[in-house]
Design a protein around this ligand. Structure first.
Ligand SMILES: Nc1ncnc2c1ncn2[C@@H]1O[C@H](COP(=O)(O)OP(=O)(O)OP(=O)(O)O)[C@@H](O)[C@H]1O
Length: 336
């Protein structure tokens, strides 16, 4: 199922994009009203076992059914032309000592989040660079990158407008003397989007949703705080960039809600890879690539036990964030 990513989107978002899904829910007697915020699998999990048995529901085939339904409808409506990039594959190369890497191939699909962990200097950024360059055995690691299962066209390496990869780096320094609105207008125009106003409004709304302190469209970009400019770049990349792959070299914790940032990118169906030293961020991914001595040592899925730890880490993070705010406001700290 190439459009498996549909199962990670909220029902609300699906209905907005594919209004014809209303008929699918009706035909299957699924009352989705009031459950728009859930993904389809989450919605199905809400049924108790009795109801499932009574109505002879096959939950797994319903999930597949939804994906197939969307695919067939899009094809029927002639809307399935170029779906672009739906998966990225990494083929093994060698580590710094020349030994083969500990895997054969890794495939990452749209709306998947993969984190990259490993000691300093182990080769995390090198892996991101291999992907950006669509390595073809021609980088120090000897890795190869496939797009949709094939060796990609070299045009991706040099095209400036329609890039395969968007990079989000730690330092977003704006040098232009523009307001947020003017900056986004420039970008929207270069992309020739149809409803510029609506898109710009959406980006600012989403960015404010991610940033701790709000800013408005008339704020000069040069006076945005670090957190605000990161939030703006993430929202801009998610909503306006056509790049299907987003590479992140660590999202700093200060001033931005990283969980929401990842949810925004995933909701826009990006393939997200991020190198990180932060345990919370590493565990927010669906799977993580462990790098050792320049090679991919193993690939681990984030299991249920780890998700429980993630919840604990989130509590600790919010404790730290709270202390940070209070320190910033000049308070003297005391234990609760
Ligand atoms: N498989 C490899 N073969 C040869 N050289 C490699 C390999 N992997 C990484 N390197 C080189 O090792 C150096 C360190 O790698 P890199 O900068 O990617 O580390 P990092 O994990 O991102 O470090 P940090 O956590 O400090 O950001 C780079 O010069 C990189 O090109």
């Amino acid at each position: 199922m190439k459009n498996r990513h549909l199962l990670k989107e909220s029902i609300e978002a699906l209905l907005e994009k594919y209004p014809f899904l209303g008929a699918f829910f009706e035909d299957n007697k699924l009352e989705v009203e009031g459950s728009g915020h859930l993904t389809f699998p989450e919605f199905l999990q809400g049924f108790d076992r009795e109801a499932v048995e009574e109505n002879a529901m096959d939950l797994e085939s319903l999930e597949e059914g939804l994906v197939t339904y969307v695919e067939q409808m899009l094809s029927f409506l002639g809307l399935d032309r170029e779906e672009g990039v739906w998966e990225l594959t990494i083929l093994a190369g060698r580590d710094k000592s020349g030994n083969p890497e500990g895997f054969d191939e890794i495939t990452i699909r749209r709306s998947d989040i993969v984190s990259i962990v490993g000691p300093t200097g182990s080769g995390k950024s090198r892996l991101l660079a291999d992907i950006e360059w669509t390595a073809d055995g021609d980088t120090p690691t000897g890795r190869r990158i496939l797009i949709n299962g094939e060796t990609p066209d070299k045009k991706w390496r040099f095209s400036s407008g329609n890039r395969l990869v968007a990079q989000l780096s730690q330092n977003m320094n704006f040098v232009m003397d523009l307001t947020v609105r003017e900056f986004l207008e420039l970008h929207a125009r270069s992309r020739m989007v149809e409803d510029e106003e609506a898109i710009i409004g959406k980006i600012i709304r989403e960015a404010n949703h991610l940033a701790g302190e709000r800013f408005d469209p008339d704020t000069p970009v040069t006076s945005l705080s670090g957190g605000q400019s990161r939030a703006l770049m993430i929202a801009d990349t998610a909503i306006l960039s056509t790049s299907p792959i987003v590479l992140i070299d660590e999202i700093e914790n200060a001033g931005i809600d990283r969980k929401k940032a990842l949810a925004l990118l995933v909701g826009e169906e990006k393939i997200v890879l991020m190198a990180t030293h932060d345990p919370s961020l590493a565990l927010m991914a669906d799977q993580r690539i462990v790098i050792r001595n320049g090679g991919i040592h193993k690939v681990l899925p984030t299991g249920d036990a780890e998700r429980e730890i993630l919840a604990e880490l989130a509590e600790m993070d919010s404790y730290i964030a709270d202390m940070r705010t209070r320190l910033r406001q000049g308070e003297k700290l005391s234990k609760a």
